[in-house]
Design a protein around this ligand. Structure first.
Ligand SMILES: C[S@@+](CC[C@H](N)C(=O)[O-])C[C@H]1O[C@@H](n2cnc3c(N)ncnc32)[C@H](O)[C@@H]1O
Length: 202
């Protein structure tokens, strides 16, 4: 059974504290670092790239609920920030008839996987995956934005999220947007889904 990202996040925080303590005692950090973490304390993806969040796929029932809560339909352009194996955008176009799906992931292994999955699902004409840092990626054309990212990443993204076109729907898995009351929350097993609509500008 795969670990939830919340659990991995807490493990990473504890590990950072332990490593910091051991380094202060003069021990070599490189020997202590498990494969999934860089010496910087960041996560390392399968492609050997440093990640801001580890790869933990959203279970399919949670994917389906996220897209249903956002009322994804034929006029929607769905972006997933940190798109993993592409399941959110692939499901959006295949199962919810979205016009277009776009994913961005910094890990080349995930992009390869997502493209293979899009081919398998027969949706390559409607989905695109970009191998990029999501913090340097323009997602302003999204009508629906999905994310399963860690809290510090969401804090960093917040100014861009609130500045999106009014009416854009945002769905977050497990980690909410700080200081923004969700319009709806839904529980699927142990997962919490947070739903927001970007309000009209004042
Ligand atoms: C928790 S997984 C979520 C995967 C997918 N969205 C899902 O819900 O199944 C987070 C993803 O973010 C990617 N990621 C981490 N840091 C990133 C960054 N700075 N830019 C783009 N992608 C990143 C990871 O490679 C990973 O695939």
């Amino acid at each position: 059974m795969s670990l939830k990202m919340e659990t991995i996040f807490h493990m990473a925080q504890i590990r950072t504290r332990i490593v910091a303590g051991l380094c202060a005692a003069g021990l070599c950090l490189a020997l202590l670092a498990p494969a999934a973490f860089a010496a910087t304390g960041k996560f390392v993806g399968d492609g050997g790239i440093e990640l801001d969040a580890p790869y933990v796929p959203t279970p399919q029932p949670v994917v389906d609920t996220m897209l249903r809560i956002a009322s994804v339909g034929a006029t929607d352009i769905v972006y997933d920030l940190g798109s993993g194996d592409g399941r959110l955008v692939i499901s959006a176009v295949r199962d919810f008839s979205a016009k277009k799906g776009v994913g961005v992931d910094i890990d080349p292994v995930r992009i390869k996987e997502a493209n293979a999955n899009a081919r398998g699902a027969g949706v390559t004409d409607r989905v695109t995956f970009h191998e990029k840092d999501l913090f340097r990626f323009d997602f302003s054309e999204a009508t629906v934005l999905t994310m399963y990212l860690l809290p510090d990443m969401i804090v960093k993204l917040r100014p861009q999220l609130v500045a999106m076109t009014p009416g854009t729907r945002i769905v977050a898995h497990d980690f909410s947007i700080p200081d923004w009351e969700p319009e709806k929350t839904e529980q699927v097993g142990t997962a919490t889904i947070y739903f927001y609509t970007v309000p009209a500008k004042k």
